[in-house]
Design a protein around this ligand. Structure first.
Ligand code: MEV
Length: 307
């Protein structure tokens, strides 16, 4: 059995704006989805996860089902068993769909010796996200493949973010497809209002590039908080997210904002050296689930070749 894993991510800047070609800065985090694969004798496709045990099934396991179909371009896949285990909550804005897609492609890449490069994996994973979600940017799949801190669309690796990251999960399910659609509608109804907002979100990533290399988290934090206000303006906030954002800021976070599509899902806070626990407690007291994590430089990786 071959096992590969891929990380989730948080957005420091730029979700939604990146769909319209503006810049975003995204950071891989040490929360991973593991995918194990082995050939099965009975020429049967089996996909197992907390969502259940299915065959090729575009309702229950859409990403992995499309992965198998796409990988048939490179290999003669007949019978295979795929087991998914994830530290990433589904539909929470932490890039769980990108991580399962990227880890599945790499696991099958190894099992069938397809010879796909990392660039090839990122590209195939992005094609699959677009098939499932509609208008998806390459951000989540690229960062999950490459790891580190990445500026999109430039695909430029920045220095690692060297401070604790606290994620707060509202446990309210959010559909990326629906939220991206809502923003598209708002943009087409009020182009003169919404386009400048998306442009200004992109400008924050441009300003932050230099700040990341200087490790100036205080100024990065000020910009992240402005980004949060603009995400609220384009309608992707919610009472639950705001409550966690203000709880984190009130307990000393450098910054706190939505990460990912919004609506529900997760917020992200940058913490100082000694206050990640305080921020996590404040998030929990405000009704969220807190996870303290770190930026990781490692993208998709082989965990084991046997057993
Ligand atoms: C979702 O994680 C991020 C969005 O910008 C959509 C995308 O980039 O595909 C909302």
């Amino acid at each position: 059995m071959i096992t590969c894993s891929a990380p989730g991510k948080v957005y420091l800047f730029g979700e939604h704006a990146v769909v319209y070609g503006e810049s975003a800065i995204c950071c891989a985090v040490e929360l991973r989805t593991k995918v194990s694969v082995e050939k099965s004798d009975e020429n049967e496709i089996i996909i197992e996860s907390i969502l259940g045990r299915t065959g090729l099934d575009h309702d229950t396991h859409p990403y992995v089902s499309y992965v198998i179909e796409k990988m048939r371009r490179f290999a003669d896949i007949k019978g295979v068993r795929i087991i998914i285990e994830s530290e990433l909550p589904v539909g929470s804005g932490l890039g769980s769909s990108a991580a399962v897609t990227v880890a599945s492609i790499q696991a099958l890449n190894h099992l069938y010796e397809c010879g796909l490069s990392l660039e090839g994996i990122a590209k195939t994973a992005h094609e699959i996200e677009k098939m499932v979600q509609g208008n998806a940017s390459p951000t989540d799949t690229y960062v999950s493949t490459m790891g580190g801190v990445v500026m999109i669309p430039q695909r430029k690796k920045l220095d690692l973010i060297n401070c604790p990251i606290v994620v707060g999960n509202t446990h309210k399910f959010s559909s990326t497809k629906e939220l991206v659609g809502n923003v598209a509608k708002l943009r087409s109804d009020f182009p003169s209002v919404i386009e400048p907002i998306l442009y200004n979100i992109g400008q924050m990533s441009i300003l932050a590039e230099k700040l990341v290399s200087e490790g100036d988290y205080k100024t990065i934090g000020k910009l992240m908080n402005i980004n949060q206000g603009l995400l609220d303006a384009i309608g992707v906030g919610s009472a639950e997210l705001s409550s966690l954002v203000y709880a984190a800021r009130g307990s000393g976070a450098i910054s706190a904002k939505i990460t990912g599509a919004g609506g529900g899902g997760c917020m992200v806070a940058l913490a100082g050296e000694n206050n990640a626990e305080d921020i996590a407690r404040a998030i929990e007291n405000a009704g969220g689930e807190a996870i303290i994590t770190n930026n990781t430089k490692e993208g998709v990786r082989l965990e084991s070749l046997h057993g």
